[in-house]
Design a binder for this molecule. Structure first.
Ligand SMILES: CC(C)(COP(=O)(O)OP(=O)(O)OC[C@H]1O[C@@H](n2cnc3c(N)ncnc32)[C@H](O)[C@@H]1OP(=O)(O)O)[C@@H](O)C(=O)NCCC(=O)NCCS
Length: 232
């Protein structure tokens, strides 16, 4: 420890608690990122269904979930119940997250999904996941969404954010398009887990991890404006 570093304290900061009320959503230059509503079920199913082959093998849930609109409606219902229960019990650490849709701002089309997943309450640390419909790729939507989500996630709850301390992203090294997103944002590469996941068609793959903490400048952050909050 150098003289300039603060001395460690035994007073552990309180665990993260979900903001109350939960932030409604986020508007970026071209996108709206918000929780799914029941009326989004058909659009969610259709976006996944026409992209299913390219979501696999990276997102195994695409093999068994959202196989019809009814299943998407049930998933949305589950996402909404999880958010409403505001999971706080210790056993929910790293289990629950907040699932969000990515919508194009100009026409409201559902173009993908994201969310703060695997939230570890004790360290106020969440994992960001993301996918885009196949016909919405190649326009920078995912990079725009993820940059804004990191900014939103690390923003204090009193300023409309989620009050997280750390955000992390993991992707298979073989998933070139996914790895390109944190790299494009200039995130710090923090970890490489060697041959730790089996990916159909790719075999045992490395996983790469990126991270950013609240006390460091967000590299090349994409600006975002939280929508006004109202109870959900
Ligand atoms: C991961 C995934 C979301 C990335 O999609 P993507 O379209 O490559 O990412 P972006 O939306 O950020 O777009 C970036 C591309 O748009 C181009 N682009 C065009 N306009 C742009 C802009 N205004 N800003 C940034 N990039 C732009 C970029 O050059 C880049 O293209 P390139 O890869 O040919 O260089 C997508 O491949 C996907 O859904 N994959 C399947 C699911 C998955 O793997 N999820 C991640 C699991 S870890």
């Amino acid at each position: 420890m150098t003289a300039s570093e603060p001395s460690p304290t035994n007073d552990r900061p309180p665990s993260w608690t979900p903001p109350d009320p939960l932030p409604d959503g986020l508007r970026t230059r071209r996108l709206v990122i918000r929780a799914y509503q029941p009326g989004d079920a058909r659009a969610l199913f259709e976006a996944i269904d026409r992209s299913r082959a390219s979501l696999l093998p990276w997102l195994p849930w695409a093999a068994t979930q959202h196989l019809n609109s009814q299943q998407s409606a049930e998933s949305i219902d589950l996402f909404r119940r999880v958010a409403a229960e505001r999971p706080m019990r210790p056993e929910h650490n790293a289990v629950f997250g907040f699932v969000l849709g990515i919508f194009r701002a100009d026409d409201g089309a559902l173009v993908g999904g994201t969310g703060f997943n695997r939230i570890v309450h004790d360290s106020a640390d969440a994992e960001l996941g993301y996918w885009l419909a196949a016909d919405a790729r190649g326009r920078g939507y995912c990079t725009e969404a993820v940059g804004a989500l990191i900014d939103w996630g690390l923003r204090p709850a009193r300023d409309g954010g989620w009050g997280l301390r750390r955000v992390r992203i993991f992707a298979a090294a073989a998933n070139v398009a996914s790895c390109a997103v944190p790299r494009r944002l200039g995130l710090r590469e923090e970890a490489r887990f060697v041959r730790d996941r089996w990916v159909p068609g790719h075999g045992w793959c490395d996983t790469i991890g990126w991270g950013v903490t609240v006390d460091e400048p967000m590299p090349r952050a994409i600006g975002s404006d939280a929508m006004p909050r109202s109870g959900r």
